[in-house]
Design a protein around this ligand. Structure first.
Ligand SMILES: [Zn+2]
Length: 182
């Protein structure tokens, strides 16, 4: 898969996310024909703009339904709001960008990027957390007209371009959310 532009990278990652989400929902051990089809159709559709990622409204609704827990470790103690894309790097100060984090994760993560911080700990982000991150990153890239810019030529952005996952672990190693959801 040749990925050149910021948009292609974000769309490829989002298409893989949909593939993974489908496999987890189907309780599949590995990716099958249906999941690969979902990925290739979504990737092509996102690049051609015949499909879109859907608004963050779905993710916001989910926030109301999911148990209130630290989005990084699942703890329910000493929770506070954390900016998924750090405002220090230019992340928006909006509800879309807010997640729950416990005191311990908050202080250890500090102003680090969430994906970079999880990667340092050898953790692949839960699918629904990554979904929010990718949607925010796509929104920022549209606002700044970066979707067609080659990755190598991209200016500094509020999210982490190097940390956007291009390959996903098998579904058996992935989690939908940090805590079990029904
Ligand atoms: Zn935590």
């Amino acid at each position: 898969m040749e990925i050149t532009t910021v948009g292609e990278l974000l769309h490829w990652s989002y298409a893989n996310l949909a593939m993974a989400h489908s496999a987890i929902t189907a309780k599949a051990e590995k990716y099958g024909r249906i999941q690969f089809m979902i990925r290739s159709r979504l990737y092509a559709g996102l690049n051609k703009q015949t499909l879109n990622t859907g608004s963050l409204a779905d993710d916001e609704r989910l926030k109301m339904v999911l148990p209130q827990a630290c989005c990084y470790c699942g703890s329910r103690d000493f929770l506070s709001a954390d900016h998924l894309i750090p405002t220090k790097r230019g992340g928006a100060n909006t509800g879309d960008n807010l997640v729950w984090a416990c005191r311990s994760c908050n202080s250890s993560k500090c102003a680090h990027d969430a994906l970079e911080w999880l990667a340092e700990k050898n953790q692949f982000p839960p699918i629904l957390l990554l979904r929010r991150y990718l949607k925010l990153a796509i929104e920022i890239s549209h606002e700044r007209n970066l979707m067609n810019v080659p990755i190598a030529a991209a200016p500094e952005v509020p999210f982490s371009l190097p940390a956007i996952p291009r390959a996903f672990p098998p579904p058996s190693q992935l989690r939908l959310w940090v805590v079990e959801i029904a």
